[in-house]
Design a binder for this molecule. Structure first.
Ligand SMILES: [Zn+2]
Length: 122
């Protein structure tokens, strides 16, 4: 078990893992059209065995996302990866801890409030 550079302990990791999974689900839910797609979305959890047909439906869903949603999904997946590597919750600019309330509001946040603000003024 990796103990980390990250400020997020094991309990909190599970909390954010669930939040991110839910956010991803919500996002994909917006482009679901058919019951089949809904079923494949439900089946498509990390570690689940997904049949080829469901995989195809999932690819369709992903292809339907565009612009802001597509970007958001990428961010969610990047945050999921950071959770696994222990760098979740660390500001990418200053290396400081991103406050937990901010992470609860935006679990895929990459920057602390200060750096984010600077970014937006740029
Ligand atoms: Zn920062």
């Amino acid at each position: 078990m990796m103990v980390g550079k990250g400020q997020v302990d094991e309990d909190r990791s599970s909390e954010f893992r669930a939040l991110l999974r839910e956010a991803r689900h919500q996002l994909l839910r917006t482009v679901v059209v058919t019951d089949d797609e809904l079923a494949s979305l439900a089946a498509h959890e990390p570690g689940a065995l997904v049949e080829d047909s469901a995989r195809g439906a999932m690819a369709d869903l992903l292809a339907r996302l565009e612009g802001r949603e597509r970007h958001e999904l990428d961010e969610i997946q990047a945050a999921q990866a950071r959770l696994e590597t222990g760098s979740f919750g660390v500001c990418e600019d200053c290396g400081g801890a991103i406050p937990v309330p901010r992470l609860r509001a935006v679990p895929w946040a990459r920057h602390c409030v200060g750096c984010q603000g600077r970014d937006e003024r740029r």
